[in-house]
Ligand binder design. Structure first.
Ligand SMILES: Cc1cc2nc3c(=O)[nH]c(=O)nc-3n(C[C@H](O)[C@H](O)[C@H](O)COP(=O)(O)OP(=O)(O)OC[C@H]3O[C@@H](n4cnc5c(N)ncnc54)[C@H](O)[C@@H]3O)c2cc1C
Length: 422
């Protein structure tokens, strides 16, 4: 339990910028603590990365993309049209400084630190989502399920020993099962998967965009204010009210929380704070009328994509593409997801689908940014959740709300401090 704090900084009027899963969760928790909360987004809630993700409540995903050896593997992955890594070469000059830091963090020591920072945000995510949604309209979207990591054989599983060792060190447990046991739960999977990891205590969100919208409705029903406007500037001096400029108007509050996903980098820069963060562009293929479906999310470890049952559909998502925020979607990643799902579920047919490109907020050190600006308890941040923001969103929002209201969070927040980049 968080302690009730007596900080003079306990803020009552708070503006939360960004209505993705992180911002909405923060807004709900602030409201529950009695704050007067305004949630601002340039769009409807849940239209950023939180809209089209794979929906997995990936409690075990403490292993970052950059594991030791990535230096050797990455060039081959970029050149392989069946590899899950894409690069828009014209973006390379802008990407390079971030990429060098990103790749140089692929050491055993740093990856262990990342896993230690992520575990407290992820391990109890299903419960955190249930608590966030409570008995409101978001609750039916939170589903408990087994999560299966699929391998061609036991040797392929053993080839992933580093990641599983890291999970074991963080206290996770799982079963290694054979193809027959896998098919008792997921009968439609291709026979090529002869080994799988079965994780209990996981789950998924049955339609992430609708879920975040439902949470935002619950927030408004509880007296929160939702404003649709683009934030063009923030002023938050430590000793005065915070001011947020929106489309020709100015909103005022005691504190402001920047939860704007990958777009937080520009907002932080406007406040004089540097954060090396890039978009890891990811894609989904949403199949609307699948002939067959799954009973829970699966991760194809070779193809590095996820498939998740959704309300009235099946979503296949994954791919990392570097190419910045402005470039249009690329054809290659979409084709790759189509090939992948046909390989994984050979009996699958459909007639209607849609594709989507989204932006994972990726700090160069793979650790989310959460907490106050240096020496300023009126300006807060929560962003940079990479591949696990849906999972970690409710807990992150709760921890940030605690910090904003002067409570002591029940997690050591020092690894997430924005100070590390200043
Ligand atoms: C293909 C793909 C699959 C994924 N799968 C999973 C998964 O299975 N499980 C998981 O846990 N995570 C997954 N993720 C990651 C997850 O989606 C993100 O980490 C998470 O959604 C980030 O949430 P957020 O609230 O920080 O940002 P966002 O959802 O991007 O929200 C940011 C909000 O800020 C608003 N905003 C930005 N700038 C401004 C401004 N100037 N003024 C006003 N509003 C502004 C935007 O409109 C947006 O609504 C996946 C991501 C992708 C791309």
């Amino acid at each position: 339990m968080a302690d009730e704090g007596s900080s003079a900084a306990a803020a009552r009027r708070v503006i939360v910028v960004g209505a993705g899963i992180v911002g909405v969760a923060c807004a709900i928790h602030l409201r529950r603590q009695g704050c007067d909360v305004t949630l601002v987004d340039r769009d409807e809630p849940g239209q950023g990365a939180s809209f089209g993700n794979a929906g997995v409540l990936a409690c075990c995903s403490v292993v970052p993309v950059t594991t030791p050896g990535i230096w050797k593997k990455a060039p081959g992955m970029v050149l392989d049209p069946d590899g899950p890594l894409f690069l828009r070469w014209s973006y390379m000059p802008r990407l390079l400084p971030w990429l060098m830091t990103y790749l140089s963090s692929a050491t055993v020591e740093h990856v262990t630190a990342v896993s230690k920072a992520l575990a407290p945000l992820l391990f109890d995510a299903v419960d955190e989502h249930k608590a966030l949604a409570a008995d409101g309209p978001g609750a039916p979207h939170v589903r408990e399920a087994l999560y299966h990591y699929l391998y061609a054989d036991k040797a392929a599983y053993e080839g992933d020993a580093f990641g599983w060792g890291l999970r074991r060190d963080r206290g996770y447990a799982w079963e290694v099962i054979d193809g027959a046991a896998l098919r008792e739960v997921e009968p439609h999977l291709a026979p090529g998967y002869a080994c799988a990891v079965r994780l209990r205590g996981h789950g998924y969100i049955s339609l992430p965009g609708d879920y975040v919208q439902a949470l935002a409705r619950a927030f408004a029903d509880a007296g929160g204010r939702v404003v649709k406007a683009r934030v063009t500037g923030i002023q938050a001096p430590p000793d005065g009210p915070a001011r947020v400029a929106v489309d020709g108007d100015v909103l005022e509050a005691d504190a402001v929380a920047v939860c704007a996903g990958v777009w937080s980098r520009a907002l932080a820069e406007g406040l004089g704070l540097r954060v090396p963060m890039e978009t890891e562009r990811g894609y989904h293929l949403h199949i609307e009328d699948p002939s067959i479906t799954l009973n829970g999310p699966i991760m194809d470890t070779a193809g590095k994509f996820v498939a998740t049952p959704m309300d009235g559909g099946l979503r296949v998502a994954g791919v990392v593409e570097f190419g910045g925020l402005d470039a249009p979607p690329s054809a290659g990643p979409q084709a790759l997801l189509r090939r992948g799902v046909k390989r994984a579920l050979p009996g699958l047919t459909w007639t209607r689908d849609s594709t989507w490109l989204g932006h994972r907020p990726a700090p160069a050190d793979s650790i989310p940014v959460m907490g106050p600006a240096p020496g300023n308890d009126r300006l807060f941040f929560a962003f940079g959740h990479h591949h696990v923001g849906l999972t970690a969103g409710p807990k992150s929002g709760r921890l940030l709300a605690d910090m904003i209201t002067g409570r002591t969070p029940n997690v050591d927040m020092s690894p997430y401090a924005i100070d590390r980049f200043q």
